[in-house]
Design a binder for this molecule. Sequence first.
Ligand code: ADP
Length: 444
Amino acid sequence: MFSDWYSALRRLLLIFSALLLAGWLIGQPALVVLVGTLIYLVYHLLQLRRLYNWLKRNEGAQPSPPPEGRGIWGYVFDAMYLLQRREREALLEQKSIIDKAQESTSALEMAVIMISGKGSLVWWNPAANRLLGLQSPKDRHQPVTNLIREPQFIEYFNRGLYKNPLKLNSPVKPSVMLEFQITSFGEGERLMLVRDISQLHRLEMMRKDFVGNVSHELRTPITVITGYLETMLDDRDNLPKRWVRPIEQMAQQSHRMENIIRDLLTLSQLETRSASKQQSAINLLSLLRDIKQDAEQVFAEKGQTFSLNCDDEHYLRGNLNELYSAVSNLVLNAAKYTQPGGQISLTVVMGERGLDVSVADDGPGIAPHHIPRLTERFYRVDESRSTDTGGTGLGLAIVKHVLARHDATLEIKSQVGKGSQFICHFPIERLSNGSEQNPEKPQG
Ligand code: ADP
């Protein structure tokens, strides 16, 4: 390009030198230079007109080859033609990518919906029409909460916490269960994926019902067996000697079974009942005091020290029985797995993101590879230690469920040989000023 530019300059200099020389020879240098400059200007104006006409012709149409040009004009024509072609090719490529993306999302069973930063519909695939009753193009630019009006959806959408998906019946076909998953991107824009999980939901319900029903059906026979075994043991002096040990073992195992059934029933109730019932402001100090007293009584013979550190003004909005069951599970575990004479401390502190209720002990601790699996049902670190202590392997699963129903999470910190700490993180939204207190005692 620079060589074109310099040769154009050179040519200009040459022309003007020639004009000056010619003007000098005929004795009219100013006139000759003026005429020459005019001719030069007209030449460039003509080239500019050719460029203008060519650009006009190309507007919106397939780019046609540029007019023939010489020198710097030839370079300008060719370079513009190349730029135009490149831009058109890039546009075509982008269009084909968009067409392909639209074609593939149209074939999806799952609804894909793009939502603007203001919460209105930008684009969606045909599955969204089928699953949510959206109508294209009529609903474009409509607020999504005007089209999906279920209060649960509106709360989920406006809250902006999309870590867990939302399950909801389809607004067009109530028998269809949908799962909504939202991802934020760009400047407040959101991508919403909605899929039909009716089949999965039915299986999940069947599993929950099955566990609930089996536990319920087994409860009475086990209670009867335990009752008879206890009665026989009450009169152990009149029992044949060789029967005492087997009956003791039978009583111990039927107690274990009773505990497992009780915990399974609790879990199944937590899974099937809605979380919104029986919410009240719970005074944490009085709740933890009750739990501490119960644990001190149950484990009196271990001589452990229980400490409680909690201000009186901490209130949580939730279900008293459920919170009692979760925290007492943690405290009873701490006492159960910690050696006689050990230390168990209950602490409540305001953390950065809310209120932290912590149960710590100086017991045997838990190896790091066990920690992520502790809240799984029936997961035990040491089978023999757990069965010795009468554990069911369901306690921490119950804790996790209760906390999830209170929008809280469980954090487990532990060091083998030093002790363990179980921290329940409650979000700020769960704090209360205590105005709707529940005066009742928990049914432990
Ligand atoms: P379990 O009824 O067996 O106690 P949990 O679900 O309550 O079942 O606990 C799961 C496992 O986690 C227990 O079997 C035990 O090995 C381990 N565990 C729980 N709490 C503690 C603790 N404070 N210290 C050491 N190990 C613990």
